[in-house]
Every structure is written in structure tokens, then in C-alpha cells.
Design a protein around this ligand. Structure first.
Ligand code: 15L
Length: 272
């Protein structure tokens, strides 16, 4: 695995991964709508709009593996999600097939299962309960990923990423925090595990307050080094000053669940 393409390379997660993956994959190729402002002279960049198949094909040509972070990374209008995440992800996998790419790591999201309550621990086999159009698009992406794995033999790892950052930002993120170095470890498992056909894992560090069972990632060899509990005191003190959110504080997806929510919360708590 020498030549690896990162889509969405100019975004928040992509920016962190550029420097962390460069020493691992010597021929890293970056792609996004626009080049990162700080693109180095030693970095290869190719502009591509994911909704344009010809541009996606030009970006994937000749690469061994792809880390697909590209698309719209939060809730957005349907047309935006449709173009960037639905059509974009389909184009990415179809272009990978046409050009013989061996491996793809798909950046899925915790928002595929956002409507599970926080008191429930779920594995990757839980019935998806997406919390947004964005979450639905990531579920679609997991579907396309498994289709191309089983039907066309591309090895794929879908990572339901929690929240990537130097530290967990709030109480919810104490459960789902993902240290960038741990994301790199998961990506390497996706690109390099010899026996991988298709798997889904949760993208979280070693978090004591986790509400996901990540046994499958462990069985692939994942040993996260980040521990969110080290930040808990500070995070919980800050959280105590924030206004309460009956919907977002109940569900795993947090504010993504609150957005446009007009169902009967009590009924869901009782029967959901
Ligand atoms: C995501 O899927 C988003 O891409 C990211 O921006 C965060 O909002 C994250 O989820 C989260 O749940 O914190």
C-alpha cells in the first residue's frame, strides 16, 4: 500500500491526517474541492468534485487505497447531502472499481446510530437509527461500501467515527472521542489487514464512558492509546454550565437529534 488517496483532505479531519499519514504512505495524494491553504511543496493535490464522476475517476486513477473522508460532514439541506454524500460516495466506489483500487476506508459516522439512548451499549450489529439526513447518507455510504466489497472484491472498512480532536469537547464526546493517532491506527487496519473483506467498526479511543461495543475493532488488532477519562473532570465542569437539552442529552447523537425534533420524547423513551 504505497499510493493512498485522501478525499476531503482540506477538511478538519483531513488536515490532521495529512501529516500523520505522510510518514506511513510515502505517495499520499490529497483531494478536495479546493487545495489546503498550507499545501506543502512535497504534497500531491488533485482537485475533484465528488458529484462529478470524471473528476473522481481522475483522482482515483493509479492509487492502491483510498481514505474517503470527502463530502458534507454535518446536517445540511437535502440537495447538498444528495450531491456530496449520496452521489459523491457512489461515484467514489464506482471509480475505485473501474480503476482497480484494492482498499477503501469509508469515514462513516456515529450519526448512523444517533437515536440510541445513552444508557444503551450497542455493537455494530445494532439496527441503524440515523439522526439526520447526514446520518442517513452515511448509512447509504455503508451500504455502497459493503456492496462494492462483496460484489467487486474491494476490501473496505467503514469507521463510524465519533469525534476527532485533541481532546473531548463535552460530556457526549467523553464517550465518543477519537484521538487522531487512534484514527490513523484504524485506517491502517482498513488499508493493511490482509484478510479484510468488509467490516464496520466504531471510531473511538479507549473511553471509559463509551456506549459502543468495539470488540470487532479489537479483534482486528485495534489498541487505542487515547483515554477520554483523563479529561473528564474539566469537561464535566464546563458541561455543568451549559443549558440542558432534554432531547440531545438523552440520545447518543446529541444536538444532531435535537435539530428539527418534533416527536414525542416521552413516548420514544417508553417504547423506542
Ligand atoms: C460527525 O459525524 C461530524 O462529522 C463531526 O463534525 C462531529 O459533529 C461529530 O459527528 C460529532 O458527533 O461530534
Amino acid at each position: 500500500m504505497r499510493k493512498v488517496l485522501i478525499t476531503g483532505a482540506s477538511g478538519g479531519v483531513g488536515t490532521r491526517l495529512r501529516s500523520l499519514l505522510k510518514p506511513v504512505y510515502p505517495e499520499l495524494v490529497l483531494s478536495d474541492l479546493k487545495a489546503p491553504d498550507d499545501l506543502g511543496a512535497d504534497e500531491a493535490f488533485i482537485a475533484a468534485d465528488l458529484s462529478d464522476m470524471a473528476q473522481v475517476e481522475a483522482a482515483v486513477q493509479g492509487v492502491d487505497g483510498i481514505v474517503h473522508l470527502g463530502g458534507y460532514s454535518i446536517e445540511g439541506p437535502w440537495e447538498t447531502i444528495l450531491q456530496a454524500n449520496i452521489i459523491g460516495t457512489y461515484n467514489l466506489f464506482e471509480a475505485a472499481r473501474r480503476h482497480g483500487v484494492k482498499r477503501v476506508v469509508f469515514a462513516s459516522s456515529n450519526h448512523v446510530v444517533g437515536f440510541y439512548p445513552r444508557h444503551e451499549t450497542i455493537g455494530v450489529d445494532a439496527v441503524p437509527l440515523p439522526d439526520t439526513r447526514y446520518g442517513v447518507s452515511k448509512l447509504f455510504g455503508e451500504g455502497v461500501a459493503s456492496l462494492y466489497a462483496y460484489k467487486h472484491g474491494i476490501g473496505v472498512l467503514s469507521i463510524r467515527i465519533g469525534n476527532v480532536g485533541d481532546a473531548p469537547l463535552d460530556e457526549r464526546r467523553l464517550a465518543i472521542w477519537l484521538k487522531p493517532a487512534d484514527l490513523v491506527a484504524l485506517i491502517r487496519l482498513g488499508l493493511e489487514s490482509p484478510e479484510l473483506v468488509y467490516e464496520v467498526v466504531y471510531g473511538m479511543s479507549n473511553n471509559e464512558r463509551a456506549w459502543w461495543d468495539n470488540a470487532l475493532a479489537q479483534s482486528l488488532g485495534y489498541r487505542p492509546e487515547g483515554r477520554s477519562e483523563a479529561f473528564a473532570e474539566e469537561v464535566l465542569a464546563a458541561q455543568a454550565k451549559l443549558p440542558k437539552d432534554p432531547v440531545g442529552d438523552y440520545f447518543q447523537g446529541g444536538p444532531f437529534c435535537t435539530d428539527a425534533f418534533d416527536a414525542d420524547l416521552e413516548r420514544i423513551k417508553e417504547f423506542g
